[in-house]
Write a protein that binds this ligand. Structure first.
Ligand SMILES: Nc1ncnc2c1ncn2[C@@H]1O[C@H](COP(=O)(O)OP(=O)(O)OP(=O)(O)O)[C@@H](O)[C@H]1O
Ligand SMILES: [Mg+2]
Length: 249
């Protein structure tokens, strides 16, 4: 089976500094793949490089077998691959209503039937059409992140790149948004690549994961192995201790 996402030997270098150093990752269709690692280990850089937001120095990125060339991404790419960021406040334009925010990606991709699609998208993320004409500041953090997810889903992508999608939220709201993500992944057979510093979130959401350090993958694990503490690297063990409530130190 062709991997939904195949990254091989990928390097991103800033002024001689290897933010990513020959990283290889393969994610199957419909799979939820986790990325963990200490701050600065290159997790966001990897997602950003895939999205064309970080300069690739070396290596290849394939989506559905198709080689991406350079940093330019086609419109078709952004229909296929959408990114959701940690801070829904930063990623939603403050002066646009939810309606406008959801209309924009439809307009960019020339997708019609906007009324129905916006209503459906709001329903799908559990908000309902009552939220249509509100502004982001009139929403809670969890509701804003639901809008960000609706905005990503409205163009019907097959891959979501999720960079700490719930770490700005309270624990109970975080669980709701994670459940929503899991539900839409199943419903739409989506592929996820999810970054989190919370290993509990990763074991809950993902089947396989890669552990990153200094721009490189140091260990690949199944979520089961991680949950059982069946890890090879001391570095991974230290991450487990540092992740609150994951293991007793
Ligand atoms: N545009 C940039 N210019 C220079 N250096 C950068 C740039 N973006 C990232 N870096 C560096 O690359 C390294 C990896 O950063 P990255 O944001 O990928 O880490 P991360 O694993 O996502 O960390 P965190 O968990 O804190 O989000 C860091 O040392 C960072 O300072
Ligand atoms: Mg990051």
């Amino acid at each position: 089976m062709t991997a939904a996402l195949a990254v091989d030997g990928l390097s991103v270098v800033y002024d001689g500094y290897y933010a990513l150093d020959a990283v290889g990752v393969e994610v199957n269709k419909g799979e939820s793949f986790g990325l963990v690692g200490e701050s600065g280990s290159g997790k966001s850089t990897l997602l950003r490089a895939v999205a064309g937001l970080a300069p690739v120095t070396d290596g290849t990125i394939r989506v559905d077998g198709e080689l991406l060339k350079g940093a330019r991404r086609s419109k078709a790419f952004y229909r296929q691959v959408q990114m959701v960021f940690q801070d829904p406040y930063g990623s939603l334009h403050p002066r646009q209503t939810i309606d406008r925010l959801l209309l924009e990606p439809l307009a960019i991709h020339g997708i019609g039937d906007t009324e129905t699609r916006i209503a459906r998208a709001l329903d799908e993320v559990g908000l309902g059409t009552g939220f249509r004409f509100r502004y982001p500041h009139q929403l809670s953090g969890g509701q804003r992140q639901r809008v960000a997810i609706a905005r990503a889903l409205i163009v019907e992508p097959s891959i979501l790149l999720l960079d700490e999608p719930t770490s700005a939220l309270d624990a109970s709201v975080q669980a709701e948004v994670l459940n929503l993500l899991e539900q839409v992944r199943k419903d739409r057979n989506l592929t996820f690549v999810m970054v989190s510093h919370d290993l509990g979130v990763i074991t809950h959401m993902c089947v396989r994961l890669a552990v990153m350090r200094n721009g490189a993958v140091v260990e690949r694990l199944t979520a089961k192995e991680l949950a059982a503490g069946d890890v090879k690297e001391d570095y991974t063990r230290n991450l487990m201790v540092a992740s609150k409530g994951f293991v007793r130190a």
